[in-house]
Design a binder for this molecule. Sequence first.
Ligand SMILES: Cc1cc2nc3c(=O)[nH]c(=O)nc-3n(C[C@H](O)[C@H](O)[C@H](O)COP(=O)(O)OP(=O)(O)OC[C@H]3O[C@@H](n4cnc5c(N)ncnc54)[C@H](O)[C@@H]3O)c2cc1C
Length: 490
Amino acid sequence: MTPDWGLIERQLRSLLPPRGVVAARQELLAYDCDGLTLTRHQPRLVVLPETTEQVVAVVRCCAQLNVPFIARGSGTGLSGGALAEQDAVVIATSRMRRVLNLDLENQRVTVQPGVINSWVTRAVAGEGFYYAPDPSSQVACSIGGNVAENSGGVHCLKYGVTSNHVLELEVVLPDGTVTTLGGGLPEMPGLDLRGVFIGSEGTLGIATAITLRLLRAPETVAVLLADFPSMEAAGEAVRRVTGAGVLPAGMEMMDSLCIQAVDDYFGVDEYPRDAAAVLLIELDGHALEVKDSVELASRLCLEAGAGGVRQAWTEEARTRLWKGRKSAITALGRQYPSYYLQDGVVPRTALPGVLAAIEQLSGEHGLPVANVFHAGDGNLHPLILYRAGDPGVNERVKALGGEILRLCIEAGGSISGEHGVGSDKRCYMDWMFSPDDLASMQLVRRAFDPDGLANPGKIFPTPKSCGESLGRLVELKVRGVELPADALVF
Ligand SMILES: Cc1cc2nc3c(=O)[nH]c(=O)nc-3n(C[C@H](O)[C@H](O)[C@H](O)COP(=O)(O)OP(=O)(O)OC[C@H]3O[C@@H](n4cnc5c(N)ncnc54)[C@H](O)[C@@H]3O)c2cc1C
C-alpha cells in the first residue's frame, strides 16, 4: 500500500518540537546526497530530533506505518550511506550535539550522536586528553556517523579505528525499543553486540548516546615530511620504516597531483612542488623514544631515496606540515569541480604495484586520479577527478572505480577500508563474500530489523540494485532462509 505522506508528516510534526520536520522541496535539497555527489535522491521528509525520546517516537511512528527511515549525521559519508534512495524519513542528528557526561578519572565521555568528531578532543584537550580516531573530515563529521562507518583516520595506524574507542552505545532499535550495547568497561562478557553495531551503517538502528574512550595526550609529538622522486620510493620508505619496528601514530602519502594542487591553493612551502610523492610521518610518545624514532625514520627515508626530510617539533610547525595533507581534497576541488573518492585496502607491501596499476587505468580511462592516503595501513584513497555533466562521465567514473577495487581484491585487499559500503559498493560485495556469507550477515540484520526498515538496501546486494544476486536470493528464500523484508525488494 502506498504510504500517505500527508498523514506521516502530520504525525511526525505532533511528535517533534517546532521546526523539527523539514518538508519543503527546496530545503530538502540539502539532504539529497552525502559526500558521494555522483548519486542524488531527495528524501520525502527529514526530521530533526533533539533527544533519545524523540528518536524513539519517530522510529515507532515509522514502524507502525511501515515506512523506512535513514539515520543521517553530517552527511560527509563517501559511500552513499545516508542517501534516501527510496521514499523514506531521514532522521538527522544535527540537533543532538550535547556532551552528556564527562568522566575524566575513568577516561571516558558520553556524547549525543550529532557531536562533531573534533569537538570531543576540543572539550578535553585542556585537561591533557584527546579522542584518537581522526578522520580527515573530523571538523564536520559526527560521532554517530563515525560509529556507523567504523571510521578511521590518520592516527588509526597506531591507535586503531572507531571500534577500538567506543565503550557503550545507547541504540534505538527499528521497532522503537531502546537498548544498551557494550558497557562502561573495556571488556564485557557475552556476545559483542556493540562490535556488531559499529560499522553497520545505520542498518541495525540509530545510536543515540555514545560513550567514548579518551586517551592521555602524548608527552612529545614530532612530524616528518619526506619528499620522493617516485611513488615507488615513497612506498619503499613505508616498508622500511614499518619493517624496522617503528610504529608511527600516522603515516600518510600524497602524489604529485595533490602536491601541486596544495601548492597552487595554499602555497605550502614545505611541500616541494616537483616531488613525485611526499610522506608525512607522525611519531609520538616519551621524548627520548620519539627522538630515536625520528632519527631512525629520517635515515630510512633517505636510504629509500628521499630528496630531503623536514622535521617539525612545535605545534605550529606540525600544523604547517599537516596543512597540505588535511586540505588536499579541498585544494583538488578547486581545480576539478567533481571527484569520486574511492576507498580500498591492500597489504602495505602491495602498495607500489597497485599504485602503478591505478596510474595505468587512469590513462586508459582518460580520467585523472590523485592519490592521498593512509599509507601505513595500506588504505588507498584514489580520487577520480571529473567534470559533472560531461556526457557519459558518471558511468566512466563508476567503471574506473570498480576496476580499482578489483585491483585491491586481487592484491589481497578489500573494497573498503573506512568509508563503508553504503549504496555505492554493495554490488561489489559478492566479489569478496559468498552468497552464504551474505545470507549469514542478513540473518544478523534480521534479528535487529525483521521488517527491513532501517536504511534499507544499503551494504547488501539486492535484486533491485544488483540484478545478478536475484537468482541466489530466490534460492535462499526457497530454502526457507528468513531474510529481512527489504532483501527481495525489486
Ligand atoms: C573530505 C573528506 C575526508 C574524509 N576522510 C575520512 C577519513 O580519513 N576516514 C574515514 O573513515 N572517513 C573519512 N571520510 C568519510 C566520512 O567523513 C565518514 O564516513 C564519517 O564517519 C561520516 O560521518 P557523518 O556524520 O557525515 O555521517 P553520514 O554521512 O551522515 O552517515 C554515514 C552513515 O552513518 C549512518 N548514521 C549516521 N548517524 C547514525 C547514527 N546516529 N546511528 C546509526 N547510524 C548512523 C548513516 O545512515 C550512514 O549510513 C571523509 C569524508 C570527506 C568528505
